[in-house]
Ligand binder design. Structure first.
Ligand SMILES: C[S@@+](CC[C@H](N)C(=O)[O-])C[C@H]1O[C@@H](n2cnc3c(N)ncnc32)[C@H](O)[C@@H]1O
Length: 249
């Protein structure tokens, strides 16, 4: 069944996230995000694409949804792939352009909402989500996955690095309100990593993510969980790392 959500609901939630990130990028510039690519994303690229020749790489279209200031995107472009990035925040897109320029490379960039993408069907060889689609509630995330399926070529790959329910931030939310069973309205507990992120923050179990993707006819290629600790090992934050292939019909 195709999930729908009202335009009004979509606008309200996107506005909260956009305002938060627009302000963060304006206030902190490149300091708002990491400057170098995510390690798990580098592994995904290694597993699937780094054996390709320079000629082949030019024809491989990779989109990062929620590309922020370009920390992953500059690597995609520098490695010779056809790089594309979108973000809700136009300030992020401005910074990503500068980041790419500083490495002497370019990408197609635009400000867009990733649950309503302005791309044709069957367009990309890979779509990557590095700690970005967690800003959606459960309902919106399903809409996002449907969009990803639409824009991926048959056999195309989806990579996601997503907060896991094993994280203390989810298990011990203190007085944060739940929007749905997976999603906190904001992270408020002081010792929690990402405290002060005042927008919907979703967590997932690997098996839930796998099932959600299987329901959309994706094949799971890779599913792991990584954890790191904070405050001398007193606080755990974990991520689901998942890679799935769109079926060929
Ligand atoms: C934690 S940052 C990660 C940025 C980048 N992926 C990285 O790894 O450096 C999350 C990004 O997702 C973007 N984002 C959140 N919701 C979005 C949406 N609905 N559409 C497009 N971008 C969105 C935010 O603006 C922000 O830049």
């Amino acid at each position: 069944m195709v999930q729908t959500i009202s335009e009004r609901e979509k606008m309200i939630s996107a506005k909260i996230v956009e305002d938060f990130y627009e302000n963060a990028y304006k206030e902190f510039g490149f300091g708002a995000q990491r400057k170098y690519p995510n390690e798990e994303f580098c592994r995904f690229m290694g597993r699937n694409f780094f054996h390709k020749s320079p000629e082949e790489r030019k024809r491989i279209k990779i989109l990062e949804t929620g590309c922020g200031s370009g920390a992953n995107l500059w690597m995609i472009a520098k490695e010779g792939f056809d790089a594309h990035g979108i973000d809700l925040s136009s300030e992020a897109i401005f910074l990503a352009e500068k980041m790419l320029e500083s490495y002497g490379v370019a990408a197609e960039l635009s400000a867009q909402n990733m649950c309503d993408l302005n791309f044709q069907n069957n367009n990309f060889d890979a779509v990557v989500d590095v700690f970005s689609s967690y800003c959606f509630s459960k309902k919106e995330h399903l809409l996002y996955l449907q969009e990803i399926k639409r824009i991926l070529k048959p056999g195309g790959l989806f990579f996601s690095y997503f907060p896991a329910k094993q994280s203390d931030a989810y298990l011990f939310p203190k007085d944060s309100r739940f929007i749905d069973s997976d999603t906190l309205e904001s992270i408020t507990r002081e010792n929690s990593p990402f405290c002060g992120q005042n927008y919907p923050f979703r967590f997932i179990h690997s098996c839930e993510y796998e099932q959600g993707l299987k329901n959309l006819d994706f094949d799971i290629q890779y599913s792991e969980m990584i954890s790191r600790t904070y405050h001398k090992r007193q606080e755990v934050f974990s991520f689901v790392v998942i890679e799935a292939k769109k079926g060929s019909i």
